[in-house]
Design a protein around this ligand. Structure first.
Ligand code: PBG
Length: 328
């Protein structure tokens, strides 16, 4: 039986029917809001390539989070922009480091707020690489110890979730063991499991001052043409103890999100990265796209692909739009 008995347009006849049969829904609890924190007090500086995204000092960040508290966001993902960089990335794991201070301030002000932290060395090393560099190479195993120390110091400051984004082999296991040894058995690990060497990170590197001074990240981040390999990355991270696995970027990798969703039963996160944000902002700023409609469509697509958690710079704005119209 087909047309004319079957008419799929009946399912779209008006908004009442459309919302009844809608398959995918967005809710602010699914969103993690990435924030950049800098040293000092009273700092609020806009990121040039990301209009509407700011770098805050911890005190201003606490105020901003307070202003958005009623939105019911899933939580924050904190990135540090330190004042001091060296070969050993020492501020990454310093108790008085920029992230550690910010996390303590956030948890003191909002004990119930879920705080996740990015664990990587690239913003803390003088050369801008995600690990220890010797002879022009990024060394895997010596980097693990520094990453594990960083994760433990974030947990000690009060982070609920640590998110290793460095793509070194074995880092999830190293982080999990170090957390457990330090008594942080309840701290979650959200691994950037399938993180691609992507040009979409361009604006972030300006925001985080984390661009590599030489070379690139292609010896550790994944090669964009590969999808099966993403499943191997995810499987290894789960074996090593990851609680949540992430695919990053999101929009150009919806197929990878879908495959990870179908292959594993763990929570899946997707990171809609800086370049995805900036592309929409730039086009919307020129009046070429309807920002609200595009952001809702793209974020819904990421969820439809299978993401449980969506990391997006649009989190507060999305939550406001959803509050105005929960069916959108
Ligand atoms: C740190 C890190 C990066 C991003 C998140 N964590 C940049 C990179 O790998 O160079 C990118 C986030 C974004 O573009 O929004 N390694």
């Amino acid at each position: 039986m087909g047309y004319p008995t079957v008419r799929l347009r009946r399912l779209r006849v008006n908004e009442a029917v459309r919302r009844l049969v809608r398959e995918t829904e967005l809710h602010p609890r699914q969103f993690l809001w990435p924030v950049f924190v800098v040293p000092g007090r009273g700092v609020r500086e806009e990121v040039a390539a990301m209009p509407g995204v700011y770098r805050y000092s911890a005190d201003v960040l606490v105020e901003e989070v307070g202003r958005n508290a009623e939105l019911g966001l899933g939580g924050l993902l904190v990135f540090g922009v330190p004042s001091h960089k060296d070969e050993a990335a020492s501020e990454a794991y310093a108790d008085e480091g920029v992230v550690q201070r910010a996390v303590r301030a956030l948890k003191a002000a909002f004990p119930e707020l879920l705080v996740a932290t990015d664990v990587c060395l690239c913003a803390y090393t003088s050369h801008g690489h995600c690990g220890v560099v010797k002879g022009g190479k990024i060394l895997n195993d010596p980097s693990l110890e520094l990453l594990a120390r960083t994760a433990v110091s974030h947990a000690r400051a009060g982070a609920d979730v640590v998110a290793p984004s460095d793509m070194m082999d074995g880092r999830v296991g190293a982080v999990r063991r170090a957390l457990d040894q330090a008594g942080f058995t309840e701290t979650l690990v959200m691994s950037y499991a399938a993180k691609y060497a992507s040009a979409f990170y361009g604006p972030f590197r300006e925001a985080a001052e984390s661009a590599p001074q030489f070379g690139d990240r292609r010896t550790h981040q994944m090669d964009p043409p590969n999808a099966r390999e993403a499943l191997r990355e995810v499987a290894l991270d789960l074996e090593e103890g990851a609680d949540v696995v992430m695919v990053k970027p999101a929009l150009a990798y919806l197929d990878v999100i879908r495959r990870v969703r179908e292959a594993f039963d763990c929570p899946v996160a997707a990171y809609s990265v800086s370049g995805e944000y900036s592309m929409i902002k730039a086009a919307a700023g020129r009046g070429w796209l309807d920002e609200r409609k595009i952001v809702l469509e793209v974020t819904t697509a990421i969820r439809r692909a299978g993401a449980d958690v969506i990391i997006t710079y649009y989190a507060p704005l999305l939550a406001r739009w959803l509050r105005e119209d929960p069916t959108c």
